[in-house]
Design a protein around this ligand. Structure first.
Ligand SMILES: NC(=O)c1ccc[n+]([C@@H]2O[C@H](COP(=O)([O-])OP(=O)(O)OC[C@H]3O[C@@H](n4cnc5c(N)ncnc54)[C@H](OP(=O)(O)O)[C@@H]3O)[C@@H](O)[C@H]2O)c1
Length: 316
């Protein structure tokens, strides 16, 4: 039997990395082995990955030495950061740089960097259509990722820049599910007017990443964007209505109203949705559905995702 190539997966116990590890494990005839990186090899999730056949390795993206060790001997690596764990773009940048450096030092042959647009290329800080946040960002959790693209490229790491999309899982875990309005009717609220929101099942991101690694050199040096559907808020509400058997409306609010909601990160997300709304053609164009499906033919649409996950969406 030929030796399988190791893919080191950051965030292996999470959404994106978890999808990739399961795609590698399910592809028993494929040429890859999964090396799952985690901060706690004793956690239930880590032990489960080990039981399923992954090599589980301790690493922390805040500890460059641990990353270097974890990337040693790996053919490929999936690199992702965890903005919502700390809300610090500077920390995210440092973590991305540590991963890029570790990949370079370990001679990793193919890295996928899970990134998003640096929105300041479209909305410079001088542009006051949306507020500047934390002194030098428009959409902090996008901008820091986009800015980090250069670190991978400047170090000469063979990289695919993977532009991800809004997780539909945010309806379950991120407080974005339907809420009752004053008249008792459920509604989802986004500041997107009638524009299209590219969305994806979070674990399909990892499955598409697996497709990129399978295609190999074809995607090195390229930027690829993925989504499972491009839908308006009204279309999402109609799908939710059908799936839940209860009326769900789309409540389109202006971005400044969304920014004022007061939950942690509301200003960041308000700017994010405004960016997606105001540069809708470019944003959707960068996330081609057919390309995503070519990477993972089982890619879920929103209706398919809802059929499986509707019972997990918390309803008031
Ligand atoms: N929500 C969305 O719609 C959306 C859309 C596009 C992109 N994103 C981006 O996705 C990123 C998060 O990815 P995700 O959703 O896959 O994360 P996730 O599901 O929250 O998983 C995070 C996993 O990473 C590990 N982790 C956390 N901190 C770590 C550290 N310091 N070092 C090593 N591992 C660490 C944790 O595993 P252990 O505890 O086992 O170490 C955890 O299981 C964010 O940067 C976000 O901006 C989100």
């Amino acid at each position: 039997m030929s030796e399988k190539k190791v893919i080191a997966v950051v965030g292996a116990t999470g959404a994106q990395g978890g999808g990739l590890v399961s795609a590698i494990l399910n592809d028993t005839k494929g040429g890859f082995r999964a090396r799952a990186l985690t901060r706690d090899v004793q956690s239930e999730k880590a032990k489960e990955l080990s039981r399923l056949g992954a090599e589980v390795v301790a690493a922390d993206v805040d500890d460059p030495e641990s990353l270097k060790k974890a990337f040693e001997g790996a053919h490929a690596a999936y690199c992702v950061t965890f903005y919502w764990a700390h809300f610090s773009p500077e920390k995210e940048a440092a973590q991305a740089a540590a991963m890029a450096r570790a990949a370079k030092d370990a001679g990793v042959g193919h890295v996928i960097w899970s990134t998003l647009e640096d929105t300041r290329k479209w909305v410079p800080l001088s542009d006051d259509r949306m507020p500047t946040l934390m002194g030098k960002y428009k959409v902090p959790h996008f901008d820091a990722k986009g800015e980090a693209d250069r670190v991978f490229l400047d170090l000469g790491v063979p990289t695919t820049l993977l532009l991800t999309s809004f997780y539909w899982d945010n309806l379950i875990h991120f407080g974005m599910g339907p809420k009752k309005g004053p008249d008792g009717t459920l509604a989802i609220t986004f500041p997107m007017d009638g524009k299209l929101l590219p969305g994806i099942a979070a674990d399909d991101i990892g499955r598409c990443a697996h497709g990129i690694f399978v295609k190999g050199r074809e995607y090195v040096g390229k930027t690829v964007g993925i989504a499972g559907d491009h839908l308006t808020g009204a279309q999402m509400a109609a799908s939710l209505t059908r799936a839940l058997g209860r009326e769900v409306r789309y409540n389109a609010v202006p971005p400044e109203v969304y920014r004022s909601f007061g939950f942690p990160g509301a200003d960041d997300l308000g700017n994010m949705f405004q960016f997606k709304r105001d540069f809708n053609e470019a944003f959707c164009g960068a996330r081609n559905l057919a390309v995503a499906r070519s990477l993972y033919p089982g890619l879920q649409t929103f209706d398919q995702w809802l059929a499986v996950n509707k019972g997990r969406i918390p309803l008031e």
